[in-house]
Design a protein around this ligand. Structure first.
Ligand SMILES: [Fe+2]
Ligand SMILES: [Fe+2]
Length: 416
């Protein structure tokens, strides 16, 4: 807990890498401010105090070594350099520049957090800053534990209690809302007992949004999935969400689904929309727009309905987020097919055309495997999303025991 609320300036020009590091740090309740090059970082350092600067070496406009030199002379702060080019900066250079650590990319979350904690611990253990690393931050020093807790839980997401409390060990910090205030019930790593009286009567609990995003990003190697992120217009996002919800309501009305369940589903969509907040994920989703519009709206609807059903069956959060990934990518192979084939109802297709449409499964898996966009487990599930339990599906005619539960789920939703 010693590192909570320390403020870190992350200087990194690769937005995907920055996103991954930011998510890891925010998952541990650090405050992160992002700068995209050395010059941008200087502006930030001149504006506000930071406990630590985590800086890439190779950057346009002003690189990390130039920034480190500037900091040494003008604004000494604890510095960690990150580089994928071991030859470009060695330990001696890093030490000369007052760097407290040198992280070689790719590094693990644990290596990153160990390096950060070493600095934060140093800071907390001394009333005055260590020699050569600048003055203490009076703002941080003033914070009481209560204030820290309040700020740390600002970015929370509401999830049904049944999904979060399934026994075993807590994967997330869990909070409950109490008269507008958040109270922490369980810390990540503690044992979870679904029958624990403190969970009784609580339909929803809260957890850090960044923790869910981290799992989602773990399913998708975001950096490789999208060559260039384009920020999606919020109005467009809202329109898509609205359309998906409307579609679900319409389907529900036609199928005569219980209204309470429909309402609960809308709540769940709202929960998961927050996890969709990752721009890179939206960019993947919107890249489907290049293909027939039908694929795009179908994909989105399958994604949200799959998540709702996964929730209703009390699947773990991990599986729910896998359902998100599978939903997004399951029909990506259809982007390789002629638009006419996609838009023609199945019953009107000739046998040869049907075989062509069926090929979207293997085409999709090939696309995803080639781009290494998603993890192999997800590719495997997507490769099974048209298999039937009785062995009549395609492409491999698998039987029930061979089909992944999430592939069966998405298949049912696909038909719905
Ligand atoms: Fe499909
Ligand atoms: Fe589909």
């Amino acid at each position: 807990m010693e590192g909570q609320m320390a403020k870190i300036l992350l200087v990194e020009d690769d937005e995907f890498f920055a996103l991954a590091v930011q998510s890891t740090l925010e998952g541990e309740s650090y405050q992160v401010v992002l700068a995209v090059n050395g010059k941008n970082a200087i502006d930030c350092l001149n504006k506000e105090p930071f406990d630590c600067v985590l800086c890439d070496v190779q950057m346009p406009i002003m690189n990390g070594l130039e920034l480190a030199r500037w900091m040494k002379e003008n604004k000494p702060r604890p510095l960690i350099l990150m580089t994928g080019f071991a030859e470009a900066v060695n330990t001696k250079t890093a030490l000369d520049l007052n760097a407290a650590n040198l992280l070689l990319k790719p590094f693990s979350d644990e290596e990153l957090l160990t390096a950060i904690r070493a600095i934060v611990r140093t800071k907390n253990q001394s009333a005055t800053p260590p020699a050569g690393v600048g003055e203490a931050d009076p703002q941080i020093a003033r914070e009481s534990p209560a204030e820290t807790q309040d700020q740390a839980v600002m970015d929370l997401i509401k999830i049904p209690t049944a999904s979060l409390v399934q026994g075993g060990t807590a994967q997330f910090n869990l909070y409950k809302e109490d008269s507008g205030r958040m109270t922490k019930l369980i810390t990540r790593g503690e044992p979870l007992n679904p029958k624990d009286p403190q969970f009784l009567g609580l339909a929803y609990l809260f957890t850090e949004k960044s923790s869910l995003e981290k799992i989602l990003n773990d399913n998708i190697l975001v950096a490789k999935a999208v060559a260039k992120t384009r920020v999606v217009d919020p109005a467009k996002k809202a329109k898509v969400i609205e359309a998906a919800i409307e579609l679900i309501f319409k389907k529900a009305a036609i199928s005569g689904i219980d209204q309470a369940l429909v309402k609960e589903s809308a709540d769940l969509i709202a929960c998961y929309m927050q996890t969709f907040n990752d721009e890179a994920l939206w960019a993947i989703l919107f890249s489907l727009e290049q293909g027939p519009q039908l694929i795009f709206s179908h994909t989105f609807a399958v994604t949200v309905i799959s998540v709702i059903i996964a929730h209703a069956h009390q699947m773990s959060i991990d599986d729910c987020l896998k359902a998100v990934t599978v939903g997004i990518f399951h029909d990506i192979g259809e982007t390789k097919l002629p638009k006419r084939l996609i838009e023609t109802p199945w019953v009107l297709l000739s046998m040869a055309e049907r075989r062509q449409v069926e090929a979207h499964v293997t085409l999709g898996v090939e696309m995803l495997s080639a781009s290494q966009a998603v993890r192999s487990e997800i590719c495997e599930i997507i490769g099974q999303h048209h298999e039937n339990c009785d062995g009549t599906g395609y492409p491999r005619k698998l039987n029930a025991s061979q089909i992944h539960p999430l592939a069966r789920l998405v298949h049912v939703v696909d038909d719905f």
